[in-house]
Write a protein that binds this ligand. Sequence first.
Ligand code: 5RP
Length: 232
Amino acid sequence: METLDQAKKMAGERAADFVENGMVVGLGTGSTAMWAIHRLGARVQEGLNIRAIGTSRQTEELAREVHIPLVTFAEVKELDLAIDGADEVARDLSLIKGGGGALLREKLVASSARRFLVIVDQTKRVRHLGQFPLPVEVVPFGWELTQSRIEKKGCRAKLRMKKDHKETYMTDNGNYILDCDFNEILDPSSLHRDLKALPGVVETGLFIDMVYAVIESDGIDVSIEYNNPYAE
Ligand code: 5RP
């Protein structure tokens, strides 16, 4: 296994150790979250009793495959723990997410969890957010107008396409994604506020003040950084 995959696996599997019997767990999307889901599936086979909410159709499918019981927000209002990857993690533990297109559901799930655990390999750590183009979910109607309004905030906003580059990528919620290249985001909170104020913007991939802990691996070791060790 490549070192990067090994790092994702180690971070994901370590996160699964945080899950306790009876918990309701948010399951993230992506190649790191996948390892946590597989490990949780194995623990369910061993008798762990949990319920989960997935952050994408892809994740729901994987959860079903590994026999993790799924619930919806009609049944639960608060999650004990959410586990998810990230595209960038800044020093203050603000994040860019949405590389996999699931940012809206990911933010709903993370914001309803008492603890949000972020799992990354060491390549995701940055000094300032913004090298990774910020995913912004927008409604399809008038997306070109929304795009030009977003670009006035200081970026180039590119409409995400499917892998074949022919069709527009569509989120699980029926929206488009604009990948916004800001290069450096020095004030994530105000940028998030400005973008959210635009009609047509559904959600941004900026996750600010949400993280309980970051579990990071380089493929050899795993480290855990708590956001506020006194917060319970
Ligand atoms: C999906 C996400 C992912 O968590 C993010 O893209 C990281 O993915 P990976 O673990 O595959 O590197 O935000 O919308």
